[in-house]
Design a protein. Structure first.
Length: 95
């Protein structure tokens, strides 16, 4: 099993906007070989969130990062980030 994670710090008062953005996003993960699950978790601290995807193994995750589905997801990010840039400060990590 391989887990890829992203950590986000959401500006106070914008949590509902952030959660709605994630709830309503278009996902490109369903049907991707090796993909198991996606989750967005809310931390105990103010504005703390972590998203993670679970994969069969690292190879499945890395294959996805080279796929058209991954490229399609990235192509939507600039517009999404521009709309939410004032609400979120984030970083990424892989475990």
């Amino acid at each position: 099993m391989f887990i890829a994670m992203n950590a986000f710090r959401v500006v106070k008062g914008r949590e509902a906007d952030f959660e709605a953005q994630w709830r309503n996003r278009q996902s490109y993960l369903q049907g991707v070989p090796g993909f198991i699950q996606f989750a967005l978790l809310k931390g105990e601290g103010e504005g703390e969130y972590i998203s993670h995807t679970i994969w069969r193994d690292r190879e499945a995750f890395e294959a996805w990062t080279r796929s058209p589905a991954f490229a399609a997801g990235l192509s939507r990010r600039p517009a999404r980030r521009a709309a939410a840039a004032h609400a979120v400060r984030g970083g990424a990590s892989r475990a």
